[in-house]
Design a binder for this molecule. Structure first.
Ligand SMILES: NC(=O)c1ccc[n+]([C@@H]2O[C@H](COP(=O)([O-])OP(=O)(O)OC[C@H]3O[C@@H](n4cnc5c(N)ncnc54)[C@H](OP(=O)(O)O)[C@@H]3O)[C@@H](O)[C@H]2O)c1
Length: 349
């Protein structure tokens, strides 16, 4: 089967995006093709030219970028039995990932090739524009929380045992943080989170036991007081400047002295080296690595489908639809640069 495809092309780093024809790529073994109905935008989709070369030096141009997809399956590759044409799904698109690196697998086009084990059915009650907020942020949070080279926490499940341990999510109202709070709670951990005060209710609704103002000069002692005798299972540090207070908490709290940072390794190398003097281990997350180990399928096929269907997992943060059609994506990326609070910008296709 073949379909007429259109993509949002990035001719070279820093150049304006262009809408144009793209080949339709049929699915190989373990892949599905999805008619994309909604995409969300992320900072990595629109880096200034030189930063593209630093962050994604392998990326071939012209490129198609974008990670967050929601749509309908149109074709399944050999060996795919869990999904069928017509299924409404969300999925993490890996076109810019080093190990995939091909335009066919990115989000900003009408037909995207996705890895079957990184796709999750979307319940009928959830509009696709809302489902699109999840993939990259979910993957990044799950990588940091569950991969053994990061915090190595127990995986989430439908009826988690209370583990008697605390997880701190610094930057809980970010997209990554909204998923981290829910995932850690679904894995049985007590969750503390930081944000601006106007987002405290949101954090509690997602499962945080307590929320602390990330800008307060007393945030670190407040968190240590809340952790108490602990133990602290680990910290997910999200956002610029999050590592410094996270190290102060990890160095003084009882328990595992591990921090997984959502900042690129470029920014964590020196603070991570300094943290080691306090016995704290810092690792830097690449939100795509879970596709190559047990964490990706455990989250996308084991945990999330039932959790979404039961209403036990929310598509957070809330989606704000900023336009329709591929030509609206660059405008969404410009809006994102102005800054958002507890919302994810989405374009429908
Ligand atoms: N490593 C990876 O693979 C990967 C993947 C995706 C994202 N990221 C990174 O993760 C971070 C969050 O991305 P996102 O898309 O989740 O963000 P987002 O949804 O755009 O985050 C918006 C929120 O960020 C909070 N915020 C602003 N500055 C902050 C700071 N200095 N510290 C903590 N929170 C801050 C604000 O919360 P309040 O209004 O409550 O203050 C706002 O609600 C970014 O640095 C991004 O580059 C990394």
């Amino acid at each position: 089967m073949t379909y007429r495809n259109t993509a949002l092309w990035l001719p070279k780093p820093g150049a304006p995006f262009e809408v144009g024809p793209a080949p339709y790529t049929p699915p190989a073994a373990g892949e599905v093709v999805v008619r994309v109905r909604a995409v969300a935008v992320n900072p990595i989709d629109d880096l200034p030219g030189p930063l593209y070369r630093l962050a994604l030096p392998w990326l071939a141009f012209p490129a198609v970028v974008g990670s967050d997809v929601a749509g309908e399956v149109v074709e399944t590759g050999p060996g795919v039995t869990r999904l069928r044409p017509g299924d409404r799904v969300l999925g993490h698109a890996f076109g810019v990932d080093r190990s995939r690196n091909r335009p066919a697998e990115s989000a900003f086009q009408h037909y995207a090739v996705l890895l079957e084990h990184m796709v999750c059915p979307v319940p009928e009650s959830m509009p696709l524009y809302r489902a699109a907020v999840l993939p990259l942020a979910l993957s990044t949070a799950a990588t940091g929380l569950f991969q053994p080279d990061h915090l190595g926490l127990a995986l989430p499940g439908p009826d988690p045992a209370d583990r008697g341990e605390t997880v701190l999510v610094w930057g809980g109202s970010t997209s990554v943080g909204s998923n981290a709070v829910q995932l850690a709670r679904s894995a049985g951990y007590r969750v503390l989170a930081t944000s601006s005060p106007h987002n405290f209710d949101r954090l509690r609704a997602l499962g945080a036991a307590h929320a602390v103002d990330r800008t307060s000069p007393t945030a670190v002692p407040e968190l240590l007081e809340l952790i108490g005798a602990g133990p602290l299972a680990g910290i997910l540090a999200i956002g610029a400047g999050s590592l410094r207070p996270a190290v102060r908490v990890a160095a003084r709290a009882p328990g595992g002295r591990r921090i997984a940072s959502a900042r690129p390794a470029l920014f964590t190398r020196v603070p991570g080296w300094l943290a080691r003097r306090h016995g704290v281990r810092v690792s830097s997350i690449w939100g795509g690595t879970l596709k190559d180990n047990e964490v990706g399928p455990a989250v996308y096929t084991g945990f999330l489908p039932a959790a979404l269907a039961a209403g036990a997992y929310r598509a957070a943060p809330d989606a704000t639809v900023v336009g329709h059609g591929l030509a609206a994506v660059p405008e969404a990326l410009r809006e994102l640069k102005k800054g958002v609070s507890a919302q994810k910008l989405v374009v429908t296709l």
